[in-house]
Design a protein around this ligand. Structure first.
Ligand code: ATP
Ligand code: MG
Length: 879
């Protein structure tokens, strides 16, 4: 048995199958392309589904790959058993209707025993119990001893998902020896312990299942195999677990150093170290393929892994962000096979650091809260945390629900998941309502037999008018032979000039006509294999399948969209020039003369930077660069320096959009023929959309003109209101501000004069209560300070004065101010207590010091009565 490094093993597998006539292909990105059924690639065969079903033609009938995979289903086992990771690489060889069982078994055995030199007496092979064919091939042709064969049932050795291609499989196991076993007497191949470890699965897909238990043999039989690279490395290197394999061990060690924990000394801590190692590997690979942390889908998987790793860091006593420090080691260990990791080094590190910092800011708080919640559950003798509490932790402290479930689970508690989901749905609903509904009209194609319908020929790059034929009409989710006025349908045509929404560019709209009728096109989408779905409303006449139709794209709208799209390319170029080459497109939306461009950058742009970007784009327009589009080989395009989309897998032939020597990008959208046609470009907003992602919104052409006109009108209107001209507006505004200040001063002087005379009057109205003079009156002063001023002025007239003033702001709001002179206080009067009582009589509250207080009331109808009682209240207070 050879001792081979992980990188060496990868190469040995791929070149072995190359020698057997296989085409070696690169790993596909972790984000599935054109496959909405899958969140993340989880097996070598996943990207090849269209080849297996015959929907697409493979580049070769024999292919071999090493595919990056993410499997979060295994997350609970990570770090606890020897053989699971959330990220791993799967080696595979595939036959698309080419070779079958005999070849694949022979080659697998040859690879295991001749190339890897695995000892035959430690290898075991399983087959599906009814698959005598495979059993015979293994024992009679390949030469595996019958004692090393096992037959298992459907759950172990039959590969099937719902209906479709399926078949039996064979798995190859390695016996790592009793020291890794569970010790049970019946421990054998297939036991859950780490002794017999499955490392290679050979799937023979030979049937088509109708999903009801009927299996018909496939004409084109396929082979797909999967061998875990880390697993075979673990076996070959004779180490305990995946985490001790050469390349991964370096990462585990780096994590141990940071955490100040020696690996291999404490079982519990080792689990944490392995979890961190595993999750940071996954995170780096996901980020490098364009996944960004979020609360949904893939982004959620990433966020959950990072936060779970951060929490295990805490368990080991690390309180500061540290995961981003490990990124460098992960890249070092993987860049040989995945060179793009090095290019993205800064980006990955920063993105992970920001996500860590975000969570770091709240984790402490969240853990304290969670502890308190657990304590309360214990006190109340409950075992289930409410959905509301779990949601609060999620919403304010960023605890992914799975993390909460896991932490509680460790202490024997569970979470009301339904309650949490309800909270979540409500939050989403509120957000949706706040955004306003712009739901697209859905079409459901599953269950419809559209396979027969060929890909749509798209003529919209060259023309805006075309003639086509109706191939299918979908009405209310079902195929229909015709459509009538008023119907909203989905239409498939043999060709179309209508651009389907993709690459951020919005779909074309326009009109369809035929002899005897017409319809409008509301939206267009397309499938991965190039079928265009037109959402259409029939205006008049009957439309039938097979009808010949005239198709016209709304030209004004399309031109506006092209202006915005070309401007988007110019913008990206300008951003990279001004901010640096870490700027990558993270998303875009291109609409008529409006664009939204999301890009990676870590701080808000300064007004200066925005100005420079705007100038560069406008300059590029003024230069009038010719825009040319050409198709070429991907390598050629890359050599030319074409900007590609992050994490996007391109075919061999790509479409390249060039604007003079200014910009060159891979793009499938529609463009102007000259940059000058963009017109004027104006940025209207810059903001953050997620950690490390900024968004620019801008306008072009007609919208810029509209914007300027609008600003101009506002300016004129303002000038007119201020009785001046736009040219003198600033001067006028300054002058008005000065005038206003002067008027204000005058007013203050008048108010104070008025108050003085009012004070005299109020003082004259005082009634005697024992030794003090009581003034209680309603005044008409909205400003509390001014009212208090007035009360002070009354008091200034005598040390024996008690003065209570009230002012009604509206039916339900009264302000009170009360003051007592020195002698009045000595005699027992207390401003605060007086107000407390009368405020209460008018439904309010308040209070304060003996000499001065303010309060509020609500019920103005009781005010007279309240003021009337002031004298009695004061009398009662006096000593
Ligand atoms: P297991 O039962 O051990 O989880 P599986 O049946 O899920 O394996 P397959 O789906 O057949 O595995 O995948 C093919 C191969 O990929 C496996 O034989 C194994 O070598 C590897 N593999 C599967 N899951 C993982 C994982 N989580 N981590 C590392 N390698 C894996
Ligand atoms: Mg599994």
């Amino acid at each position: 048995m050879k001792n081979m490094g992980l990188n060496e093993l990868r190469e040995s597998f791929l070149s072995f199958f190359e020698s057997k006539g296989h085409l070696r292909m690169d790993s596909f990105p972790l984000v599935p392309q054109h496959d909405k059924s899958l969140l993340l690639i989880n097996a070598g065969m996943a990207p090849f589904k269209p080849y297996f079903t015959g929907e697409e033609i493979p580049p070769s009938r024999r292919v071999t790959t090493c595919q990056k995979c993410i499997r979060t289903l295994d997350i609970d086992n990570i770090g606890k058993d020897a053989r699971h990771g959330t990220y791993f690489e799967m080696l595979g060889n595939f036959s698309f209707g080419d070779y079958f069982k005999r070849e694949v078994c022979t080659w697998a055995w040859e690879y295991c025993t001749k190339v890897l030199e695995l000892p035959v007496d430690r290898l075991y092979v399983t087959v599906y119990q009814e698959d005598d064919e495979a059993y015979d091939i293994w024992t009679k042709e390949v030469g595996v001893a019958p004692e090393h064969m096992r037959r298992f049932g459907k759950e172990d050795n039959f590969w099937e998902i719902g209906s479709g291609p399926c078949g039996p499989d064979s798995e190859i196991f390695f016996d790592r020896g009793p020291q890794y076993g569970c010790g049970r007497p019946d421990c054998d191949v297939g036991c859950e312990c780490d002794r017999y470890i499955e490392f290679w699965n050979l799937v023979f897909s030979q049937f088509n299942s109708d999903g009801k238990g009927n299996y018909t043999p496939l004409v084109n039989k396929n082979i797909d195999t999967g061998m875990g690279l880390e697993r075979i490395a673990c076996i070959m290197q004779e180490v305990d677990s995946l985490f001790d394999v050469d390349t991964i061990r370096h990462i585990t060690e780096h994590v141990s150093r940071i955490c100040g924990v020696t690996y291999g000394q404490d079982a519990q801590k080792d689990v944490s170290l392995r979890i961190i190692t595993d999750h940071i590997r996954s995170a780096v690979m996901m980020v490098s393929d364009g996944v960004m942390p979020s609360n949904e889908g893939r982004g959620y998987v990433l966020r959950r892994l990072l936060r779970r790793a951060a929490r295990h860091g805490r368990l080991l006593g690390v309180t500061k962000p540290f995961l981003h420090d490990v990124v460098e080691t992960v890249i070092e260990e993987n860049e040989g096979a995945y060179p793009h990791l090095r290019e993205k080094h800064d980006y990955i590190t920063r993105l992970i650091r920001i996500e860590e910092e975000r969570f770091g800011a709240t984790i402490e708080n969240g853990l304290v809260k969670l502890d308190a919640m657990v304590q309360q559950l214990k006190d109340e003798g409950k075992t289930v945390l409410s959905g509301d509490d779990a949601f609060r932790l999620y919403d304010t402290d960023g605890f992914p629900i799975d993390l909460t479930v896991e932490i509680l689970g460790e202490q024997g508690f569970t979470v009301d998941r339904d309650g949490f989901d309800t909270n979540m749905r409500e939050q989403k609903k509120r957000a949706r309502e706040a955004r306003g509904s712009n739901a697209l009209i859905g079409w459901e194609t599953s269950g419809l037999s559209l396979q027969e319908i060929p890909a749509t020929v798209f003529s919209g790059y060259e023309t805006l008018h075309d003639t086509g034929k109706v191939l299918a009409i979908i009405k209310e989710g079902e195929l229909s032979s015709n459509a009538l006025p008023g119907d909203e349908i989905t239409l498939l045509l043999d060709r179309t000039p209508f651009y389907a929404e993709s690459g951020g560019q919005t779909a074309d709209r326009g009109a369809i006509s035929w002899s005897g009728g017409s319809a409008e096109v509301l939206n267009v989408t397309k499938t991965g294999d190039g079928r265009f779905f037109h959402t259409v409303r029939v205006l008049d006449g009957e439309l039938d399948v097979d009808a010949a139709v005239e198709l016209s794209v709304d030209r004004t709208r399309r031109m506006a969209v092209m202006r915005a799209h070309s401007a988007t390319h110019m913008l990206q170029k300008a951003l990279r020039e001004v901010l640096g080459t870490h700027v990558e497109q993270a998303g875009s939306l291109v609409e008529p003369d409006r664009l939204r461009f999301d890009f990676t950058h870590f701080s808000a742009m300064t007004p200066e930077e925005l100005k420079r970007v705007e100038d560069i784009v406008n300059n590029a327009a003024l230069e009038g660069y010719p825009v040319t589009v050409s198709e070429m080989n991907i390598d050629e395009a890359k050599a030319l320096g074409a900007m590609a989309l992050f994490g996007e897998k391109y075919g061999n032939v790509v479409r390249v959009v060039r604007m003079g020597d200014y910009s060159i990008e891979l793009c499938g959208g529609t463009h102007l023929d000259n940059t000058a046609k963009v017109g004027a470009f104006r940025i209207i907003g810059e903001a953050s959309v997620a950690a490390g992602v900024r968004r620019i919104e801008a306008v072009t052409g007609v919208e810029t003109a509209k914007l300027f006109r609008h600003l101009d009108e506002e300016l004129h209107l303002t000038a007119e209101t201020l009785k001046t001209t736009p040219a003198d507006l600033t001067k006028r505004a300054q002058q008005l501000m000065n005038d206003l200040r002067a008027v204000g001063k005058e007013r203050d002087a008048l108010v104070s004069k008025l108050a003085a005379s009012q004070a005299v009057e109020l003082f004259a109205s005082a009634e005697q209560a024992g030794p003090v003079k009581v003034v209680a009156a309603r005044v008409d002063i909205a400003n509390m300070d001014e009212m208090r001023d007035l009360a002070d002025k009354v008091r200034d007239r005598g040390a024996d004065v008690v003065c209570v003033l009230a002012s009604v702001l509206n039916e339900s709001k009264i302000n009170y101010a009360a003051v007592c002179g020195k002698d009045a206080v000595k005699a027992g009067a207390h401003a605060g207590n007086i107000l407390k009582q009368i405020a209460k009589m008018t439904g309010g509250g308040g209070g304060g010091r003996p000499d001065s207080a303010t309060a509020g009331g609500k019920d103005a109808s009781k005010l007279d009565e309240a003021l009337h009682s002031v004298r009695t209240i004061v009398s009662d207070m006096l000593k």
